[in-house]
Design a protein around this ligand. Structure first.
Ligand code: MF3
Ligand code: CO
Length: 260
C-alpha cells in the first residue's frame, strides 16, 4: 500500500479527531494518582472518548481488550488495564490512546509520573519527549522519512538509552496503521520522500537499559528484557511545506508552546 496523501477535507477531520483525543489525554494525565488501578484509567478514557462522539480505536483491535493501553514502569507498550494493578507513588505510567472521528483516526501516547518519581525516571520521560521533537525537526516536505528515525536514535543514544526496535511508528488516516512504518532506530537508507498531506504517528519508545524487549504471556504486554524503565511519547502529525503540524498536542502543551 502506498503512503496516502490527505485532502483538505480529510485533514480537517484528522484535526478534529486529534483535538478530541488530546483533550481526553490531558484529563487522563491529570487523573493519574497513587491508589488508582489501570482499569480506572481505561474506564475513564473510554467514557470520555465516546462522550466526545468518537470511537476508541484500540478496543477489539486484533483482539486487544481495552480502549487505553496502560503500561507501567518496565512495560513498554500495550499493557492491558486490570483492576488488580494499583498504581503506586514512584511509578511511571504510559498511556496510549486512539480515537476515530467520522472515519478518521488519531493516535497519541504520554508517559506520566505517579506522585514523586526518581531522577532517572524523570529524565527518561523528558528525553523521550524531546526525542520526538528532535525527530520531527526533520519532518518537512522534501526530507526523507528515515531522517526522522535517525534524529530520534542519535538523540537517545547520546544518553546511552535503548531504542526499541520491535515496534515502530506508522502512517495514520482512515486506518490506525497505514504505510509507512516509522522506525525510531538508525536506518542506512533515507526512506521515502515526505510530501505535504501525509499524516504520521511518530512514537519513540525508549528504555533506560537495553533496547531488547519481550512479550508477556498475555501476548500483548511488551516489557524491557532487563527490567529497566521505559517511556513512550507519540503524536499524530501532518506534513506541510514548512514545519509539521502536531495534531495531538494537549491543551496545556499548546499553552506552554505559546508561552515559550
Ligand atoms: N498506539 C498503538 C500504536 O501505535 C496501538 C495500540 S495497539 C492496540 O500502534 F491493539 F492496542 F490497539
Ligand atoms: Co501509534
Amino acid at each position: 500500500m502506498a503512503i496516502t496523501i490527505k485532502s483538505q477535507r480529510e485533514i480537517e477531520l484528522m484535526r478534529e479527531s486529534a483535538k478530541i483525543l488530546a483533550n481526553v489525554m490531558e484529563t487522563l494525565e491529570h487523573s493519574v494518582h497513587p491508589g488508582m488501578t489501570t482499569k480506572d484509567i481505561d474506564d475513564m478514557g473510554e467514557k470520555l472518548i465516546r462522550k466526545a462522539g468518537c470511537i476508541p480505536s484500540f478496543k477489539d483491535y486484533n483482539g486487544y481488550p481495552a480502549s487505553i493501553c496502560v503500561s507501567v514502569n518496565d512495560e513498554v507498550v500495550h499493557g492491558i488495564p486490570t483492576k488488580d494493578r494499583v498504581l503506586e507513588e514512584g511509578d511511571i505510567v504510559s498511556l496510549d490512546a486512539g480515537a476515530i472521528y467520522k472515519g478518521y483516526h488519531s493516535d497519541m501516547a504520554r508517559t506520566v509520573a505517579v506522585g514523586e518519581i526518581s531522577e532517572e525516571a524523570r529524565l527518561l520521560i523528558e528525553r523521550t519527549r524531546q526525542s520526538f521533537f528532535e525527530g520531527i525537526k526533520q519532518a518537512c516536505e522534501g526530507n526523507h522519512l528515515y531522517d526522522i528515525s535517525n534524529a530520534i536514535a542519535a538523540y537517545c543514544e547520546g544518553f546511552g538509552y535503548g531504542v526499541v526496535r520491535d515496534l515502530v511508528g506508522h502512517g495514520i488516516g482512515t486506518h490506525l496503521h497505514e504505510d509507512p512504518q516509522i522506525p525510531n532506530y538508525r536506518m542506512l537508507r533515507r526512506g521515502p520522500k515526505l510530501s505535504r498531506g501525509m499524516t504520521l504517528a511518530v512514537e519513540p519508545m525508549i528504555n533506560v537499559g537495553t533496547w531488547e524487549v519481550e512479550w508477556l504471556d498475555d501476548d500483548w504486554t511488551v516489557v524491557t528484557l532487563d527490567g529497566s524503565l521505559s517511556a513512550h511519547y507519540e503524536n499524530t502529525i501532518l506534513i506541510t511545506d514548512g514545519e509539521p503540524e502536531i495534531l495531538t498536542l494537549t491543551p496545556s502543551e499548546i499553552a506552554a508552546r505559546k508561552g515559550a
